[in-house]
Design a protein around this ligand. Structure first.
Ligand SMILES: [Zn+2]
Length: 383
């Protein structure tokens, strides 16, 4: 799977960096690891013709699970390397209970790039199937049955991974392939995304139905993770489409078109009592911009920060006397920056607004609400 979606897994545990990409383990990954190890141990204990000792079965379960997650990581790296080759950075890969997510920082520019990125992961997995099959044959020859069993399971697990990922529903790799083909055919990215994300949502409902059936009729508790997978796919499919919609609606706009006029900035020489009475009280805002004598924007100040200094001393202290840590270092954009480039920063800056700064001066602010308003108005007037 790969994803250029806003849906951002919680940061999780940082495990390292590879090819400039940060690798994280989502907390849910640890649960999945434990479940997988347990289920592998019980199936290796039951399934093989050669009876393994308990210790060996445990080693097989742990080894199999770790190599499986390594395979998923390599699959995501496959997507990521191609993406980077296409000029689209990948800041982060997160392994979670459903597998992995390579966070591709933006949508590809062409269907060809989309196609290549979508194929990058499965190509690696197919290579791994070959590798594990070779290892299985080799270990079988040597009579290393336990290791051969694990290699065979890994080959089959990777095959299942490829097959599942080839289902043509966005955000699965097959959905991205379908989107690339439809996009190339029609030239309409939005339409192509709509179709493939609808299939993705349909697939998630099928998984839910299957999960319910397995739970109630077959009494298989192992079906529980299906619901999480389904919910994950569904929300990824939906946000994938709204992402493209947003990109289209914001096309041709700049930060200047989205911004609202900033409230009067607090000069840093202003006494705190006047800041409270004439600025915060008068505007009913709880966050206001601050500028220096030259009018340069310094950051935002939250009302609570005034209380860093005891209230009786407010007339004798100025905004500039506050600890510099009180100023919110705002994320900034230039007025002429394309709205599509700015939109992510607006979300990252929330709950503070994005500061639109021209030559050091604050000329406007953009909140997620401004962004949302621009998108809905354009959508309403489009047809
Ligand atoms: Zn993939």
């Amino acid at each position: 799977m790969n994803s250029s979606i806003f849906l951002r897994p919680s940061r999780g545990v940082f495990i390292g960096r590879i090819l400039g990409i940060e690798l994280y383990l989502d907390p849910s990954w640890f649960i999945m690891l434990a479940l997988l190890i347990l289920s592998l141990i019980s199936s290796f204990a039951r399934g093989s013709d050669a009876a393994h000792s308990e210790l060996v079965t445990w080693a097989m379960g742990i080894g199999g699970a770790l190599f499986f997650f390594l395979s998923i990581l390599l699959h995501e790296l496959g997507h990521s390397v191609v993406s980077q080759r296409c000029g689209i950075p990948v800041p982060r890969i997160t392994l979670l209970f459903v597998g992995g997510v390579a966070e591709i920082s933006r949508e590809p520019d062409t269907p060809q790039a989309e196609l290549k990125i979508a194929l990058g992961g499965p190509a690696v997995s197919v290579g791994l199937i070959g590798l594990y099959t070779g290892v299985w044959v080799l270990f079988g020859r040597f009579g290393w049955d336990a290791a051969a069993d694990v290699a065979l399971w890994l080959a089959m697990a990777n095959a299942a991974l490829v097959l599942f990922n080839m289902i043509p529903g966005y955000p699965l790799d097959g959905g991205r392939l379908l989107r690339a083909v439809l996009w190339a055919h029609s030239g309409n990215l939005r339409r192509a995304t709509y179709v493939s994300s609808r299939i993705g949502i349909g697939l998630s409902w099928l998984l839910i139905a299957w999960g319910l059936y397995a739970l109630t009729y077959l009494q298989q508790w192992g079906a529980l993770p299906l619901f999480f997978v389904a919910m994950f796919l569904k929300s990824a499919a939906q946000s994938g489409y709204s992402n493209v919609l947003e990109r289209e609606m914001l096309g041709g706009l700049s930060a200047r078109d989205l911004m609202t006029a900033p409230p009067a900035a607090l000069p840093d020489s202003l006494p705190l009592n006047i800041a409270a009475d004439d600025y915060f009280l008068r505007t009913h805002q709880d966050t206001l911009p601050v500028c220096n004598a030259a009018g340069d924007f310094l950051g935002f100040l939250r009302l609570q920060s005034l209380f860093e200094i005891p209230r009786p001393r407010w007339p004798y202290a100025s905004v500039g006397d506050l600890d510099p840590g009180c100023f919110v270092q705002a994320l900034e954009a230039a007025p002429d920056e394309p709205a599509n480039r700015v939109s992510r920063r607006v979300l990252a800056a929330a709950p503070d607004p994005l500061a639109v700064v021209d030559d050091g001066k604050l000329v406007g602010m953009i909140t997620p609400q401004d962004l949302q308003r621009a998108i809905s108005v354009r959508m309403l007037l489009e047809n």
